[in-house]
Design a protein around this ligand. Structure first.
Ligand SMILES: C[S@@+](CC[C@H](N)C(=O)[O-])C[C@H]1O[C@@H](n2cnc3c(N)ncnc32)[C@H](O)[C@@H]1O
Length: 283
C-alpha cells in the first residue's frame, strides 16, 4: 500500500482555490489549498492539516473526477452497457465492499473507493452500500458515514449470504475471502445474485496446484465451472497515470443462470461442506 503523500493547509478566503465539486460540508467548514508533495517540507506550519476526514473526502472527490474523465472509465462503462450480463445491465440492489484498505492512508484505496462510488451512480443502486475492512481507522469510518455507507460491525470474513442482487466489491482481497463468500452463497438461488468485482479467480487455478487450491479455497474450483469472467480494461495506467497495482487483475465475475442450471441435477456439485484451511491473510 502506498501512503498518502499529499498535504493541505487552511488558507484565507481571499487566496483560496476553488476546488472542483468539493462537498457542501467541506465548503462550509474550510477552504483548502493544495500544497502538493514538493511543498511538504517547506510548510511544516501549525496550519498544516493532516488527514482529516475532510481532506480524505477531498482526495476521493478529486480521484472520482480523474477516473470519470479517463479512457479507462469510458471503456469500463462500455463493458457494463454492452457486455456485462447481456443484454441488460444487472439491477443491483446493494453493494458490499470488503478489503478496500485504509482510505485515509492509501491512495490506491482512495482510487478503488472512488470507483465504487461511481458504480453506485452507474448502477443506480436502490439499496445500501456496506463496507468492512478490519484495518479501517476512525477517519475511514467518518468518510464512510459521509458517503452514507454503513460500516459492517462484525468481522463476517465475507461469509454473507445474499438476499438480493448484490455487487461484492473486493479489490485485491485475500483468496480465502472470495472462497468464504462463494461458500456462503453456494446454492442455485443465491449464486445468481452474486456479482464480484475482484481478483480473477481463474488465476489462482493457473498459479496453484489443484491440491493446494482445494485445501485453501475449495469452492473456487467448482465455482470456476459456472463463473463468467469479464476483465477490466487494460488502459488504466496510460489514461489515469496511477500505479498499475490499483486496478490490476480486477474483473467482473458472476454466475449466469444457464450455467448454474446446467448443474441442477448434479447433487455432488452442490455439496455444502468442503473443508478448508483458514487463509492466513484473512484478519
Ligand atoms: C492486499 S490488501 C488490499 C487492499 C486494497 N484493496 C488494495 O488493493 O491495495 C487486502 C485487504 O483485505 C483486508 N482484509 C483482511 N481480512 C479481512 C476481513 N476479514 N474482512 C474484510 N477485509 C479483510 C486487509 O485488511 C487488506 O486491507
Amino acid at each position: 500500500m502506498t501512503m498518502q503523500n499529499e498535504e493541505w493547509k487552511i488558507v484565507t478566503k481571499k487566496t483560496a482555490l476553488k476546488p472542483a465539486r468539493i462537498s457542501a460540508t467541506i465548503k462550509k467548514n474550510h477552504n483548502f489549498q493544495y500544497l502538493g508533495q514538493d511543498s511538504k517540507k517547506k510548510n511544516r506550519s501549525k496550519n498544516v492539516m493532516q488527514n482529516s476526514s475532510e481532506n480524505v473526502i477531498y482526495f476521493i472527490e478529486e480521484k472520482m473526477q480523474a477516473i470519470k474523465k479517463s479512457v479507462f472509465f469510458q471503456e469500463l462503462k462500455e463493458i457494463i452497457d454492452f457486455q456485462l450480463l447481456p443484454p441488460n445491465r444487472p439491477t443491483l440492489v446493494d453493494i458490499v465492499c470488503y478489503g478496500i484498505g485504509s482510505i485515509e492512508k492509501s491512495s490506491t484505496s482512495q482510487y478503488q473507493f472512488a470507483l465504487m462510488l461511481l458504480f453506485k451512480n452507474l448502477f443506480q443502486i436502490t439499496g445500501k452500500i456496506y463496507a468492512y475492512d478490519p484495518i479501517l481507522s476512525q477517519v475511514d469510518t467518518e468518510v464512510l458515514t459521509h458517503y452514507n455507507i454503513e460500516s459492517i460491525k462484525i468481522n463476517e470474513k465475507a461469509k454473507r449470504a445474499v438476499t438480493n442482487q448484490t455487487l461484492f466489491y473486493m479489490p485485491h482481497c485475500p483468496l480465502g475471502l472470495y472462497n468464504n463468500l462463494i461458500e456462503a452463497n453456494w446454492d442455485r438461488i443465491k449464486l445468481k445474485d452474486v456479482i464480484i468485482v475482484g481478483n480473477r479467480l481463474d488465476f489462482y487455478n493457473e498459479r496453484m496446484t489443484t491440491a493446494s487450491l482445494e485445501r485453501k479455497a475449495p469452492y473456487i474450483i467448482p465455482a470456476l465451472k459456472i463463473l463468467q469472467i469479464h476483465l477490466f480494461p487494460s488502459t488504466t495506467i496510460q489514461s489515469l497515470a496511477i500505479p498499475d497495482s490499483t486496478f490490476n487483475d480486477l474483473c467482473w465475475q458472476w454466475f449466469p443462470i444457464d450455467r448454474i442450471n446446467a448443474y441442477e441435477e448434479d447433487s455432488e456439485f452442490w455439496i455444502l461442506k468442503r473443508e478448508s484451511d483458514e487463509d492466513p491473510e484473512i484478519i
